[in-house]
Write a protein that binds this ligand. Structure first.
Ligand SMILES: Nc1nc2c(c(=O)[nH]1)N[C@H]1C(S)=C(S)[C@@H](COP(=O)(O)OP(=O)(O)OC[C@H]3O[C@@H](n4cnc5c(=O)[nH]c(N)nc54)[C@H](O)[C@@H]3O)O[C@H]1N2
Ligand SMILES: Nc1nc2c(c(=O)[nH]1)N[C@H]1C(S)=C(S)[C@@H](COP(=O)(O)OP(=O)(O)OC[C@H]3O[C@@H](n4cnc5c(=O)[nH]c(N)nc54)[C@H](O)[C@@H]3O)O[C@H]1N2
Ligand code: SF4
Ligand SMILES: [Mo]
Length: 809
């Protein structure tokens, strides 16, 4: 086999000897800002070696590992040990600390397999790599011949953030490179993370706005210059946990003395750790709270009218676009009850919806009004709701009304800048996709079920008015997003049973996941610890770095590097040369590293990196929309008016012309909307709102099957005593949770840390149901309960909204 980049035993021993000898002469070190700094001495023996590596799951970290290797196997893993006391260490969280259990899990896929039972049954038979690759190549050809390349879809998978894996820089993704070489594929836009935010915020802030980078949003450290930080549903202590992650940025904000108020239905780990105040809110109702705050700012003359009239469109009649003048369609009309629903958005109105007492809303509005420098931000849960789009923008109205954006110590109200716009190293290049049509990523299930009916106005198809064909060939790489991470698992199961719809599914993973059960062919991949790997930065300001991971152990069974497999598939089409450009996996890593180094000459040589492992430097802090604030004429936004569009004519038009599902609304101004299975939709049968959070026990479904973590961070539904007591549910009881879409079993955590009327389930647990029997999921997988109801504009995930009943099982 050519180009095999996974270490063979012989190659492995040779590489280890090289690393070992470097270590032996005492130069195991890490590079910072271009200078070598000695790391703490590590006790080494001739048989035991230390290998630098990195955690590559999708929590936004990229924490540093130092695998201790003996007899070709990781025996334990330490983390960043940089000796400089002034530097934060990019140390792994509890998940990373168990990496060796994960990588050596009995659930690892060892061989290619083909399905022999029904989809979802989990019945598979081992096959050879030759058979797997031949079958896949034939199916690709058949799909292209029968339906064209648009029938091929590559799902978003986020389990392998390396330069040759999933998309670290959003330019290079391995399967996309393969299928672009083979004539193209139906592309997706956005993500499950921030799909609604990405798709919707441009209407207000312009298309160049990117909530993930430092253009539209401020760095966390800007909050150190604020006197008040107001956070809606953001918990770095849950979601940005490791040393290479944003929780340490938040610690710095706290240490700077900035007052931190956190609004969350749950007292999350960040509130419990260092919030000055926790304001519990009913899930899905942030838009109502924000509107009532706006009301108080308006009635108390605390709005910055100069800012609103200079930088914005649509606050009041004075700045309404011609098309909407004289119709009481301004934002102020909405808030004051003189337009739209004609309801004044008083704190009393919001109290009923949010459960926050009106007096408390007034106090909060007053503190906001009096803040010299106000930093408003939100996590991503608010927008991950069927009505999350407009509710998310309602939060942004707080800094807009007070003129607190584009200045030191402020933010735009959207999430904080999470990663650098210019990472130190890139990823494998992705040739242009010859197919120009794209769908929002959450629409893939619709595109399997009834792709031919999907248009721009009902499914936000771009690049064409409608899809020519449904998805017939489905590729999943490093993702568990067919079932576990998608939503409405029971619906997915039903749609995939009809094999005339999606004819062929490939899952390329490392574990036998629930999604794999739906594959026609499963391919086993090698993990980062089993090959060379390269990755850049974490979601943190103080830690920005590149790690060159060296192989620590061999891949189990016949697992092989995806790159080599894809080169073989390309070869079947005579495209191997085009796919590889004559380079092996490791040669690509070297090329990508050296390209990064050409732009950052302080980076050490590639050879040097093989032993020093890590190069790091601090990121400068940035202020979202600073250029626009400094000079709105010279630096207009890319909205049609060049200004912040509080009233969007584009949205107004879409409200008239787009298909809008029952329960949804498209509004031209930021408003409170309850949405599908949101506020007001509970019934006698389903009397509770049920939401979810990203949990310390895992990164989505990654690390889910590590027993050491599951034991300390249990999979439990959070339920308030006021809801638990009448149901006679006590701590640790197994509960049945039912929604209109499915049923699960899960242990109860009875706690005052969640508000009455709302229950919360940590998302990502492995689905575990007999799909040909009662379909009751015993794994506690939230997506069993969720209905499939994409957001009205961006058409992205609604995973934070469902109604449910909980009983003792
Ligand atoms: N209900 C609900 N659902 C959600 C969310 C939610 O909040 N609520 N969140 C959504 C969000 S924000 C996201 S980003 C998605 C994430 O969705 P996914 O990307 O599907 O999530 P993971 O479970 O991390 O899947 C990663 C997969 O990669 C595999 N993997 C790990 N390492 C390797 C490797 O080296 N090679 C290969 N080939 N595979 C590897 C893992 O085994 C795992 O199956 O989930 C979404 N789903
Ligand atoms: N440990 C861990 N960390 C992760 C991940 C993981 O799976 N595990 N996933 C990573 C990924 S890919 C992503 S996209 C991010 C996700 O990051 P987020 O989307 O920000 O995370 P969530 O936990 O979904 O939501 C954040 C908080 O919002 C609260 N919340 C829920 N509903 C509401 C609401 O209606 N209003 C308000 N105000 N608050 C609400 C939740 O209780 C939670 O504390 O996390 C990343 N980090
Ligand atoms: S924070 Fe994320 S990247 Fe860091 S060790 Fe934990 S799971 Fe891995
Ligand atoms: Mo995400």
């Amino acid at each position: 086999m050519e180009n095999r980049s996974v270490m063979t035993r012989r190659g492995f021993t040779a590489a280890m000897a090289a690393v070992g000898s470097a270590v032996g002469i005492g130069c195991l070190s890490s590079v910072q800002g271009g200078t070598l700094k000695p790391a703490k001495a590590v006790a080494e023996t001739a048989e035991e070696k230390v290998v630098w590596s990195q955690c590559n799951v999708n929590c936004g970290g990229r924490c540093i590992f130092r695998h201790h290797v003996k007899d070709g196997r990781i025996i334990y893993t330490e983390t960043d040990n940089l000796g400089n006391p002034n530097e934060h260490q990019a140390r792994a969280c509890l998940r990373g600390r168990t990496y060796r259990h994960w990588v050596n899990s009995p659930d690892r896929l060892l061989y290619p397999m083909k399905r022999v039972g029904k989809r979802g049954s989990g019945e598979f038979e081992r096959i050879s790599w030759d058979e797997a690759i031949d079958t896949i190549a034939q199916q690709i050809q058949k799909t292209i011949d029968s339906y064209g390349n648009e029938a091929i879809f590559i799902h978003k998978g986020t389990g392998k953030y390396t330069a040759i894996g999933t998309d670290d820089t959003k330019t290079g993704m391995l399967p996309q490179r393969l299928f672009a070489t083979l004539g193209g594929y139906l592309d997706y836009r956005g993500s499950y993370s921030i799909g609604a935010m990405q798709g919707y915020s441009p209407f207000m802030f312009g298309a160049t706005y990117n909530p993930l980078d430092n253009v539209g949003a401020s760095s966390v450290s800007e909050a150190e210059n604020a006197d008040l930080m107001v956070l809606f549903g953001y918990s770095a202590a849950d979601t940005r946990m490791g040393g290479a992650n944003g929780v340490w940025d938040m610690v710095k904000v706290r240490d700077s003395g900035t007052e931190i108020i956190q609004i969350d239905p749950r007292m999350n780990e960040q509130c419990s750790g260092f919030g000055d105040e926790w304001i519990p809110i009913r899930t899905g109702t942030d838009g109502a709270l924000a509107s009532a705050i706006a009301h108080e700012l308006i009635v108390n003359d605390a709005v910055d009218l100069d800012f609103l009239h200079t930088y914005c469109v649509g606050y009041d009649e004075e700045t309404m676009p011609e098309s909407a003048k004289g119709k009481n369609r301004s934002y102020k009309d909405y808030i004051m009850g003189t337009g739209y629903d004609m309801v004044e958005k008083t704190p009393e109105w919001a109290e009923v919806i949010t459960t926050i007492p009106a007096a408390q809303i007034r106090v909060l509005a007053d503190r906001i009004a009096k803040a010299d420098r106000l930093f408003v931000s939100q996590g991503w849960s608010v927008q991950r709701h069927s009505a999350g789009e407009t509710n998310m923008m309602a939060i942004c109205m707080i800094p807009i009304l007070t003129g607190q954006l584009g200045l030191p110590g402020t933010n735009t109200g959207i999430s904080m800048a999470a990663q650098v716009a210019q990472p130190l190293v890139g990823s494998i290049p992705q040739p242009e996709n010859p197919v120009k049509t794209s769908i929002p990523v959450y629409q893939w299930l619709n595109a399997i079920d009834h792709g031919e009916d999907m248009t721009t106005t009902n499914a936000y198809v771009l690049g064409a008015d409608k899809l020519k064909t449904g998805i017939k060939f489905f590729w999943s790489f490093a993702g568990n997003g067919i079932t576990n991470q998608h939503g409405d698992i029971n619906l997915v199961h039903d749609i995939l049973q009809d094999e005339s719809k999606c004819e062929f599914i490939v899952c390329h993973d490392i574990m036998m996941t629930d999604s794999c059960k739906y594959a026609d062919i499963i391919l086993p991949d090698a993990m980062v610890a089993e090959s060379m790997g390269l990755s850049t930065n974490g979601y943190a300001e103080y830690y920005n770095g590149v790690t060159l991971a060296m192989p620590a152990q061999e891949a189990p069974g016949e697992a092989r590097l995806a790159y080599d497999v894809y080169a073989e598939i390309a070869d079947k089409f005579g495209k191997k040369e085009e796919f590889t450009e004559g380079l092996s996996h490791d040669e690509w890593i070297e090329r990508i590293y050296n390209e990064g180094r050409a732009n950052n000459p302080d980076m050490p040589s590639f050879e040097e990196m093989k032993t020093v492992g890590v190069y790091r430097f601090d990121l400068p802090s940035q202020i979202g929309l600073k250029d626009f604030r400094d000079d709105p004429i010279a630096n207009p936004l890319s909205t049609p008016s060049g200004k912040i569009e509080i009233y969007s004519e584009q949205l107004a038009e879409m409200a008239e012309t787009w298909d809008i599902a029952e329960g949804d609304a498209i509004t031209p101004i930021p408003s409170f909307e309850p949405g599908y299975e949101g506020y007001g939709s509970v019934t006698e049968e389903y009397p509770l709102y049920c939401a979810q959070f990203h949990y310390k026990a895992r990164t989505h479904s990654c690390y889910s099957n590590v027993p050491e973590i599951a034991a300390v961070a249990r999979q439990q539904i959070w339920i308030n005593p006021q809801d638990a007591n009448p149901r006679e549910i006590s701590e640790g009881d197994i509960c049945a949770v039912k929604s209109p879409h499915g049923e699960i079993r899960i242990e109860a955590h009875v706690t005052n840390r969640v508000i009455p009327g709302c229950v919360f389930i940590p998302q990502g647990a492995w689905h575990d149901a007999d799909m040909f029997g009662d379909r009751v999921d015993h794994g506690g997988c939230y997506n069993t309960l969720l209905g499939y109801h994409p957001t009205p504009v961006a058409k992205q995930t609604n995973s934070n909204a469902v109604i449910a009943q909980v009983t003792k099982a």
